[in-house]
Ligand binder design. Structure first.
Ligand SMILES: C[S@@+](CC[C@H](N)C(=O)[O-])C[C@H]1O[C@@H](n2cnc3c(N)ncnc32)[C@H](O)[C@@H]1O
Length: 181
């Protein structure tokens, strides 16, 4: 895998656990569930969704990193090069995002910032995502989103949020959210 593609880490495994916990119920209610991942990276969430029973034709992925897009296409997934929802058409029942959520750190190399740094405060990419997501969710649709206790400045707006899982790390706690309107 190319160096610029985010290798699965604790946040990836946390979102993977959320999918294992939540997707079976969602698929029971709706076997044709339409699944979108923003920021697909290595494709770890796409593979989990597929292995849990989401039909391949109902999975769409997007990433701002062209190497991640090519990589996920080689895994057999439909994937578009897109800044958040810019090139995403249609509506989905579930949207997942393990976003760049950390505040800017001048010591971090530029090549990895795209995957980790959400802006000066850390929450800027999430705030943009939340403002755009409504137009891409079916009625009753849900979002699974990761953030950290280091993330500042998220504008949650109208989203109702519920903590699904937490993971304590050395310097921070990761939180997996379920968001609904
Ligand atoms: C923390 S990584 C997560 C990768 C993978 N989903 C996982 O769970 O391991 C964040 C991903 O979001 C992508 N990304 C960052 N900003 C983005 C944006 N504005 N639009 C789409 N993707 C973005 C990065 O390229 C990276 O692949």
């Amino acid at each position: 895998m190319k160096e610029s593609i985010y290798p699965p880490a604790e946040d990836s495994y946390l979102l993977n656990r959320v999918l294992e916990q939540e997707l079976p119920h969602l698929l029971k209610e709706n076997p044709c569930l339409k699944f979108l991942e923003i920021g697909c990276g290595s494709g770890i969430q796409l593979q989990k969704a597929f292995s849990l029973g989401v039909k391949k034709e109902n999975i769409l992925a997007a990433d701002i990193n062209p190497e991640a897009v090519l990589h996920c296409r080689t895994l057999g997934f439909k994937c578009v090069l897109s800044d958040l929802f810019e090139n995403v058409g249609g509506r989905f029942d579930l949207i997942v995002f393990n976003p760049p959520y950390l505040p800017d750190d001048k010591r971090e190399p530029l090549f990895s910032k795209l995957a980790t740094t959400g802006g000066t405060l850390g929450g800027e990419v999430i705030t943009k995502f939340l403002a755009q997501a409504r137009a891409h969710l079916n009625s009753g649709g849900k979002i699974f989103l990761i953030s950290s206790t280091l993330t500042r400045g998220i504008t949650w707006g109208e989203w109702k949020k519920e903590k699904l899982l937490e993971l304590n790390l050395f310097f921070e706690k990761l939180i997996a959210w379920k968001l609904e309107l």
